[in-house]
Design a protein around this ligand. Structure first.
Ligand code: PLP
Length: 487
C-alpha cells in the first residue's frame, strides 16, 4: 500500500462497491409507467457498482488526474496541435441558448445558433481563401472524405468520371489514403525528395487524364513550407486535376497565407486542432470542408444561409453530395471555434501563427546539436527530430518518449511520419511560454546525457505512472472495455 502526500486510493469502481449504496436518489416517477420491453431483453443479474456519491466523485476525479492533459502538462504532440483551449470557449458552448436546443427545432427559434454557424462559415472561408464552407464533417478524416466526394461529384457532373486517381505524397497522414479509398479513388503514392518536399518531377510524371486530386498536407507532415507550392498546384491544374489541402493543422498559416491564394481548390481543417477546441480520447471533433466558389454547390447538406427575409436557415446546396451524418455537425465544437476566432480577432490569429512558428524554431535551434533533424532548415509550427544517433547509442525514440513522461512532459508524436527514422515530432504550439520551452529543451538534453550515464533509466521508463509500456497492438485489437472479475 502506498503512503505519503500523493497516496491515492486507486481501486477500481467495482472494487469500491458495497451492496445497497447509491450515488443519487431518483425521485418517484410522476408519469404513468410505460410497458417494459420484452422480458428476454431485460437482465437483472448485471454486476453494477454500488457506491456513494463521494466515492463516485473521487473515482472519476482520480481517473481524470491519472491522465496527462493540456491543463496539467506540456503536451508537444506533433500534428495534433494541443494548444491551450481558453475556458471562455467552454463557457460560451455551455450557454443554455446553445446547449439546450434541438437540431430539429423550428429555425425561427434558433436564429442565434444558425447565425453563429453562418458567421463561422464566413470566417473559415476567409481564413482559408476558399469561400464555400460546410461545417457538417465530424472529424478531420470525415472532412477529407467529404472533400473527395465533392471532387468526384464535380468530375462526374463535367462528364469526366474517368478521373478516379488520388495522388498522395509518401509523407501523408494515414487518413489521406484511407479517405481516398473510401471515396472510391485509386491511391497513387508520390515520393518526397531529400529536402522533405514533394518531388515535383515525380508529381508531373504521375499526373494524367485519370488524375482527380492531388492531396497535400500543408505545412507538410515534416512541418515544412514547400517553396514550390505554386508550381505544384499549377502542375496538377494543367493536368486537369484538383488540388486538395489537408489543413488539419493551420496553426502556422492563420492570417499569413490563404490556401485559395496558393491554388488549392478544396481543404478541410480540424477545429479541434487549429481552432482551439479540446480533443483527445476520440472526440468529439469537427473537420469543416472548404471549397472554391465553383465547387460550393456540391457541399454536403446542410449549410447555414441568410435569407432575403433576414432569417438564417439551413439549405441544401444544389448539387449536394448528400448528408454525411445525421444532422449538421458537432455544434458545441463550432461554438468553441467561433468564440476562439472572435476573441482572438484577425491580428490575434496572425500573432498565434507567428508565435507557433517561432516556438517550434526555437526548440529546433536549441536541440539540433543533439538530435538529427528530418530536414535541416527552418520549420513551420512543428519540428521533426530523429533519434537515430540516440538509437545507435542504445535508446530509441520510444525510450526517450517514455522517459519524458517521468519529467511530466507528454511525449511528442513518435515514429511518424514514417519516412523519418526514429521520428520525434515536436509541436510546442503558440500558447507555451519561453520558460516551458526552456524546461523542455533542458529535459531533452538531459535525457540525451542519461543514455550514456544510466541507460536503464530510459529502458524502464516511465517509473511512476499507473501504466508503463503497453502492448499497443493488443490494446487496439483486443481492448478490455469493462471490468471483469478476477478468476
Ligand atoms: C489529425 C489529422 C488528420 C485527421 O483528423 P481526425 O480529426 O483525427 O480525423 C488528418 N490529417 C492531418 C495532417 C492531421 O494532423
Amino acid at each position: 500500500m502506498s503512503s505519503g502526500p500523493a497516496a491515492r486510493d486507486r481501486r477500481l469502481l467495482m472494487e469500491r462497491s458495497v451492496p445497497g449504496r447509491f450515488a443519487v436518489a431518483i425521485p418517484e416517477s410522476d408519469v404513468p409507467p410505460a410497458e417494459l420491453p420484452e422480458s428476454s431483453l431485460l437482465r437483472d443479474d448485471l454486476d453494477l457498482p454500488e457506491v456513494a456519491q463521494l466515492d463516485l466523485v473521487r473515482y472519476f476525479t482520480l481517473l481524470s488526474q491519472l491522465n496527462f492533459s493540456i491543463d496539467t502538462n506540456f503536451y508537444p504532440l506533433g500534428s495534433c496541435t494541443m494548444k491551450y483551449n481558453p475556458k471562455l470557449n467552454d463557457e460560451a458552448a455551455a450557454l443554455p441558448g446553445f446547449s439546450q436546443i434541438h437540431p430539429a427545432q423550428p429555425f425561427e427559434t434558433v436564429q442565434g445558433a444558425l447565425r453563429l454557424m453562418y458567421e463561422l462559415q464566413q470566417m473559415l472561408g476567409e481564413v482559408t481563401g476558399l469561400p464555400g464552407v460546410g461545417l457538417a464533417p465530424l472529424a478531420g478524416a470525415q472532412g477529407e472524405y467529404a472533400g473527395l466526394l465533392i471532387a468526384r461529384a464535380w468530375f462526374d457532373s463535367a462528364g469526366k468520371s474517368e478521373r478516379t486517381v488520388a495522388l498522395i505524397p509518401d509523407s501523408a497522414h494515414g487518413t489521406n489514403p484511407a479517405s481516398a479509398a473510401m471515396a472510391g479513388l485509386e491511391v497513387v503514392t508520390v515520393p518526397s525528395n531529400d529536402q522533405g518536399n514533394v518531388d515535383l518531377e515525380a508529381l508531373r510524371a504521375a499526373c494524367d487524364e485519370r488524375t482527380a486530386v492531388f492531396m497535400l498536407t500543408i505545412p507538410s507532415t515534416l512541418g515544412l513550407f514547400n517553396p514550390n507550392i505554386l508550381d505544384i498546384t499549377e502542375a496538377v491544374h494543367e493536368a486537369g486535376g484538383l488540388v486538395y489541402a489537408d489543413g488539419a493543422n493551420l496553426n502556422a498559416l492563420l492570417g499569413l497565407v490563404k490556401l485559395g491564394d496558393l491554388g488549392f481548390d478544396i481543404c478541410h481543417s480540424n477545429l479541434h486542432k487549429t481552432f482551439s477546441t479540446p480533443h483527445g480520447g476520440g472526440g468529439p471533433g469537427a473537420g469543416p470542408v472548404m471549397v472554391a466558389k465553383e465547387l460550393a454547390s456540391f457541399l454536403p447538406a446542410p449549410v447555414a444561409a441568410l435569407g432575403d427575409d433576414g432569417l438564417y436557415r439551413f439549405e441544401r446546396p444544389e448539387n449536394a453530395i448528400g448528408k454525411i451524418n445525421g444532422f449538421h455537425g458537432s455544434f458545441s465544437i463550432l461554438v468553441r471555434a467561433w468564440t476562439y476566432m472572435r476573441s482572438m480577432g484577425r491580428n490575434g490569429l496572425r500573432e498565434a501563427a507567428r508565435n507557433a512558428i517561432i516556438n517550434a524554431n526555437y526548440v529546433q535551434a536549441k536541440l539540433r546539436d543533439r538530435f538529427d533533424l528530418a530536414a535541416d532548415r527552418h520549420c513551420m509550427h512543428e519540428t521533426v527530430l530523429s533519434a537515430r544517433r540516440q538509437k545507435a547509442r542504445g535508446a530509441s525514440a520510444l525510450d526517450i518518449a517514455k522517459r519524458l513522461l517521468d519529467y511530466g512532459v507528454h511525449a511528442p508524436t513518435m515514429y511518424f511520419p514514417l519516412i523519418v527514422d526514429e521520428a520525434l515530432m515536436v509541436e510546442p504550439t503558440e500558447t507555451e511560454s519561453k520558460e516551458t520551452l526552456d524546461r523542455f529543451i533542458r529535459i531533452m538534453r538531459q535525457i540525451d546525457e542519461e543514455i550514456d550515464q544510466d541507460p536503464a533509466l530510459l529502458h524502464e521508463a516511465p517509473h511512476d505512472l499507473p501504466n508503463t509500456r503497453l502492448d499497443e497492438t493488443t490494446a487496439a485489437r483486443r481492448p478490455y472495455l469493462r471490468w471483469q472479475q478476477e478468476t
